[in-house]
Design a protein. Structure first.
Length: 163
């Protein structure tokens, strides 16, 4: 699952991130294979006017695929971090553009809500408490959000219990 719990003294931390199914090495291999398949038909017309007429379009297609994959990778640079103590829960979301949004509340008043249907995504997961409601793990799959809901409820129950 693309999230990880850690604990340090009396603080629990949760880090969540989107899947990255194409590592850098895979990206290079994919672009090389795609370029090879695009350029393979040009071997038949090598040295002719048709070669020079088709080459810019094929290079533009490879460039467009490269740009789209890089853009997708940049858009996946989201990181959500939650810090939970008996006194405070803090959720920070680091956006791809560098913006960071924070939410803080008292864990005693925080509720974990899951909307199986009717939300923006299936099993829409939110934390309610303090001044507003915040979404957590929007990039996770529906089953992962359900599993995270149970883990969040357990962690909040532990934080609320006297030590």
């Amino acid at each position: 699952m693309p999230y990880q719990w850690s604990q340090d003294n009396h603080e629990k931390r949760l880090s969540l991130w989107p899947y990255r199914s194409l590592p850098p090495r895979g990206f290079v291999i994919f672009i090389a294979v795609t370029a090879s398949f695009f350029l393979l038909p040009l071997l038949a017309v090598l040295g002719t006017f048709v070669f020079w007429a088709l080459l810019p379009f094929l290079l533009a297609a490879v460039g467009a695929i490269w740009w789209a994959l890089q853009r997708n990778n940049r858009d996946r640079e989201i990181l959500e971090e939650m810090h939970l103590t008996s006194d405070e829960i803090t959720l920070s979301r680091h956006e791809p553009g560098g913006e960071t949004r924070h939410w803080t509340a008292n864990p005693y008043w925080v509720r974990v809500n899951c909307q199986p249907e009717g939300g923006p995504v299936e099993n829409y997961l939110t934390l309610e408490g303090g001044p507003r409601r915040v979404e957590i793990g929007a990039f996770l799959g529906p089953d992962e959000r359900l599993a995270l809901k149970d883990e969040l409820e357990r962690a909040l129950a532990e934080a609320r219990s006297p030590a």
